[in-house]
Ligand binder design. Structure first.
Ligand SMILES: Cc1cc2nc3c(=O)[nH]c(=O)nc-3n(C[C@H](O)[C@H](O)[C@H](O)COP(=O)(O)O)c2cc1C
Length: 167
């Protein structure tokens, strides 16, 4: 697991023309759906896209998702907020599911980039229109998936100053 965490980077340039199969996508989604969620509420749904025209539409409506031009697929994580207990936890639950996708992708030799949609109102509105996502569901993010065509340098690092030790 440490190796997957170490290797995971946001990839923004993919090898064009390489397909990602439905089986590969389902493996990513299986990892997502095994993430923890508050009271096991599992407040998520997923839209898996490989159609090039729709990947291009994502580039058109999201200001920072240009990498979808070369991505083989995109996964839209859709939050399904709970009306009753445990309301309010969906960002954490959907974030955990997203991180599982990112790490599973590394284990499969795939690259990803997490592009935020929620809580930006204009992006939420665009994704609602594009994918016909009705309230109370909320488009949460879009994850570009493909075979990396770049190896970005490491950005994450340990900062002891950010830790309070009580031991
Ligand atoms: C909530 C969230 C939203 C993000 N949105 C975008 C985005 O819209 N476009 C993008 O290129 N990267 C986006 N990123 C990726 C971050 O820029 C990236 O994780 C950060 O710079 C650290 O680099 P690394 O992922 O390679 O470690 C997002 C990441 C997170 C967690």
């Amino acid at each position: 697991m440490s190796e997957l965490i170490e290797k995971r980077r946001s990839v923004r340039e993919f090898q064009p023309g390489v397909t990602v199969t439905k089986e590969q996508i389902n493996r990513l989604l299986e990892a997502a759906m095994k993430a923890p969620s508050a009271c096991n509420s599992r407040p998520w749904e997923f839209i898996a896209v490989t159609k090039p025209e729709i990947l291009d539409e994502i580039v058109r409506v999201h200001p920072y998702a240009k990498m979808c031009e070369t991505a083989s697929a995109a996964i839209i994580v859709v939050a399904v907020p709970q009306k009753e207990m445990p309301e309010g936890y969906f960002p954490q639950d959907c974030g955990a599911a997203t991180q599982n996708i990112l790490l599973e992708a590394v284990s499969m030799g795939l690259g990803t980039c997490w592009c935020g949609v929620y809580p930006r109102e204009e992006r939420i509105a665009s994704f609602r229109r594009l994918f016909k996502i009705q309230e109370p569901k909320i488009p949460f993010n879009v994850i570009a998936v493909g075979t990396p065509a770049e190896s970005p340098a490491q950005r994450g690092f340990f900062e002891e100053s950010k830790v309070t030790y009580i031991m």
